[in-house]
Write a protein that binds this ligand. Structure first.
Ligand SMILES: Nc1ncnc2c1ncn2[C@@H]1O[C@H](COP(=O)(O)OP(=O)(O)OP(=O)(O)O)[C@@H](O)[C@H]1O
Ligand SMILES: [Mg+2]
Length: 245
């Protein structure tokens, strides 16, 4: 496990989108959400933290160590992508084993790791199935198992529930919260869904058009909005909470 610190990260694409001057300090074992409308820069920031994107300026630190120049495979962070990015031609076992083989883990150690990860996401017994034979929610959990199998210090989740219907979304969200508590892993959770961020995260960064408007606990974001945008973006949730919903 480790904490994450971002200091003044800027990554702007030639067309002008991206993230500007983003700083945050995420504690060991904390669930931290990036919340904001589509195109605000959430994925960009997550990719910089994962090492998949090089920032124009600023640094990323894991447990106090500057990893800005460290390649992604040596950061021990695991990312669950917005689209799952599972391999449809591989079965579930091989999908989950992918990161372990990429890290050249000795063969006899791979099977127990895969079993452990599948058990965590409650998919034991489905090792031989193909990805196409699973439901969306099960595929989402395979993607999560693949990330957990490498025993990452930091789990990066990019809208991991966005392809699920409302009911499954809610159920999977609850499972994810339980899993995080059990494993105690530091997690960054990207979402445009206010309710999801408020339910899952210890703290939230509210981002719009590449700018971070506020970092705070769900209670602070709801009740002490730092900018008019934060106030309006969370207005519906505030009303729902006031009604006890
Ligand atoms: N590789 C790229 N090249 C050029 N522009 C990009 C690239 N990736 C993202 N952008 C632009 O940067 C901005 C931020 O994109 P980003 O993917 O970080 O948004 P997001 O907050 O994750 O949105 P969503 O909720 O839709 O996933 C957008 O305007 C997007 O069009
Ligand atoms: Mg995105």
């Amino acid at each position: 496990m480790s904490g994450v610190r971002c200091t003044h990260i800027t990554k702007v694409y030639p067309e002008g989108g991206g993230i500007r001057d983003f700083s945050c300090e995420i504690g060991d074992g904390e669930v931290f959400a990036f919340l904001g409308p589509s195109g605000c820069g959430k994925t960009t920031t997550l990719r910089v933290i994962a090492g998949l994107e090089e920032p124009d300026s600023g640094s990323v630190l894991f447990d106090g160590r500057d990893v800005t120049a460290v390649p992604p495979e040596r950061r021990n962070a695991a990312m669950v992508f917005q689209s799952y990015a599972l391999f449809p031609h591989l079965n579930i076992f091989d999908n989950v084993a992918f990161g372990l083989r990429a890290r050249k883990m000795p063969k006899p150690e791979i099977a127990p790791r895969v079993a452990e990860a599948l058990e965590l996401v409650q998919l034991s017994g489905l090792e031989k199935r193909r990805v196409t034979e699973l439901s969306g929610g099960q595929q989402q959990r395979v993607a999560l198992a693949r990330a957990l199998a490498v025993h990452p210090d930091i789990l990066l989740l990019d809208e991991p529930l966005s392809n699920l219907d409302a009911e499954l979304r809610y159920a999977t969200r609850t499972q994810l919260a339980e899993l995080q508590q059990r494993v105690g892993i530091t997690a960054i959770y990207v979402t445009h869904d206010q309710e999801e961020a408020l339910a899952l995260a210890h703290r939230i960064a509210v981002i719009k058009d590449g700018h971070c408007h506020q970092i705070g606990t769900p209670d602070e974001i709801l009740n002490q909005p730092a900018t008019p945008f934060v106030e309006t973006f969370l207005e519906r949730q505030r009303k729902l909470m006031a009604r006890g919903g």
